[in-house]
Write a protein that binds this ligand. Sequence first.
Ligand SMILES: NC(=O)c1ccc[n+]([C@@H]2O[C@H](COP(=O)([O-])OP(=O)(O)OC[C@H]3O[C@@H](n4cnc5c(N)ncnc54)[C@H](O)[C@@H]3O)[C@@H](O)[C@H]2O)c1
Length: 261
Amino acid sequence: MTDQTAVCRRLVGRTAVITGAGSGIGLATARRLASEGAHIVCADIDEVAGKAAAEEVGGTFVQVDVTDSDQVEALYKTAFDTYGSVDIAFNNAGISPPDDDSILTTGLDAWKRVQEVNLTSVYLCCKHALPYMQRQGKGSIINTASFVAVMGAATSQISYTASKGGVLSMSRELGVQFAREGIRVNALCPGPVNTPLLKELFAKDPERAARRLVHVPVGRFAEPEEIASAVAFLASDDSSFVNAAEFLVDGGIAGAYVTPV
Ligand SMILES: NC(=O)c1ccc[n+]([C@@H]2O[C@H](COP(=O)([O-])OP(=O)(O)OC[C@H]3O[C@@H](n4cnc5c(N)ncnc54)[C@H](O)[C@@H]3O)[C@@H](O)[C@H]2O)c1
């Protein structure tokens, strides 16, 4: 991993709205985009975590449930009223609850909840961020999908996978629709990331970890900072010709047939 944070100042004066900024990938991205000079609006349903993130990066906290249209609309209004623009929308909040499992055992409630938080939320965030970007004639939207949007797993989380496929297709379509208005929309597809939840799960069950690690050519999971640096690239003008992309940051998982021993 290289530390670019000291040298890159690609986002000076821009406003970035990050959902799920209180934890994991969202938190690492809040830190990274702030270090590149952006004003950060940290949105999270978790007040304690979201506030702490905003304080750390000198940004603004907005408590929001990303499944609620009015709250999402208010989020972007706050960003605009506070900083005068909405340049970057990182629509990242998501859940993967244990009751979302095989299609044979996953109930309709679990299915719907995951669709709401992972997919409807991205629809709402794009819908309410786009008008600001249209008025500005520029903007970068990054929607968090997942590598499971492009490949199947025998260890199924059926609604999660379907929701991420939806995020990927929606991002592609929006990227095409708004391209000539100076707005880029990309789907970020991370591989498995070393978050506290994943660490705890795999520490308890090394076989479960090994079953997954064998598919990763680089032989390890990503660190949240490695995903954040990809977001920073997509947010910045360095990616000015990257649009409607399926942006895989997966250590080579999706490209692999046989991995090194
Ligand atoms: N961790 C991984 O291995 C991995 C891999 C691929 C994709 N992803 C995706 O990346 C995104 C972030 O994952 P993470 O691992 O950092 O998760 P995380 O659980 O560490 O953080 C998610 C954040 O979203 C917030 N959130 C949850 N529901 C919300 C709601 N309704 N409204 C507002 N905020 C809400 C949570 O409070 C939390 O702070 C998710 O979309 C996830 O599906 C994660």
